[in-house]
Design a protein around this ligand. Structure first.
Ligand code: ZN
Length: 223
């Protein structure tokens, strides 16, 4: 799999699917709904390339590992390496904007958290990162992007990037101090409130501003 991305000049570039760097609790309302403290610095974790699937395909959730929550997030496709870069120019590394689902095995995650263990078994499983196609970032104001998830016709999540605790430029700068972002990597910017468990047969519609809307359906599979 690769990302086919059309640049502003019309050129089509093929980017390898890299890692997905995610931020936990980047919206205060979401931290509260899970009874978590609001963090003082971004909580980062990574999903490997093997977690990435196409959001337009059926969303496959493991059937036998407890609840699988959906978190709907703005996704940023990186087109230029960021390594210890800081400042507003980090925004120039974003070549695409899309939607990502940060699928989370919540019961597994709670068990891991209780033991102080890493979250990967809950967050990085195969298929845990459905991504939409990416559109050009030129139409976006980073502090005013609306994110919505409808599940079976009802609004489940509704948020705006203006409510992010760590805003986009600051987030990319922070990530780049810890690990390099490379072309083909994706950053998930955190979920607004309204996360909840998925069930087989759910019909999902994720909407990013007036720029993108992606429908998918949920199927369950025994692992
Ligand atoms: Zn998330």
């Amino acid at each position: 799999m690769s990302y086919q991305h059309t640049m502003k000049n019309g050129e089509i570039v093929d980017l390898p699917v890299g890692k997905v760097v995610c931020v936990g609790r980047n919206y205060a309302e979401h931290a509260k709904e899970l009874n978590n403290p609001v963090p003082t610095e971004p909580i980062l974790f990574i999903k490997p390339a093997s977690a990435v699937v196409d959001m337009r395909q059926p969303i496959v959730i493991p059937e036998d590992q407890g609840s699988c929550h959906i978190e709907t997030e703005m996704a940023l496709l990186i087109g230029k390496e960021l390594r210890r870069d800081t400042g507003p120019q980090v925004l120039e590394a974003i070549i695409g904007v899309g939607l990502g689902f940060d699928l989370t095995l919540r019961d597994v995650q709670n068990r891991l958290k209780d033991k102080g263990h890493p979250w990967e078994k809950a967050k990085a499983f195969d298929g845990s990162c459905p991504l939409s196609p990416f559109v050009s970032p030129s139409g976006f104001r980073w502090d005013d992007v609306s994110i919505e998830l409808r599940r079976n016709g009802a609004v489940q999540q509704q948020g705006n990037s203006g409510d992010m605790i760590t805003a986009v430029a600051e987030l990319l700068s922070h990530i780049a101090q810890h690990f390099a972002l490379q072309p083909g990597d994706v950053v998930l910017t955190g979920t607004p409130a309204g996360v909840g468990p998925l069930s087989a047969g759910d019909e999902l519609l994720a909407v990013l501003d007036d720029q993108l809307s992606v429908a998918s359906e949920v199927v369950a599979r025994c692992s």
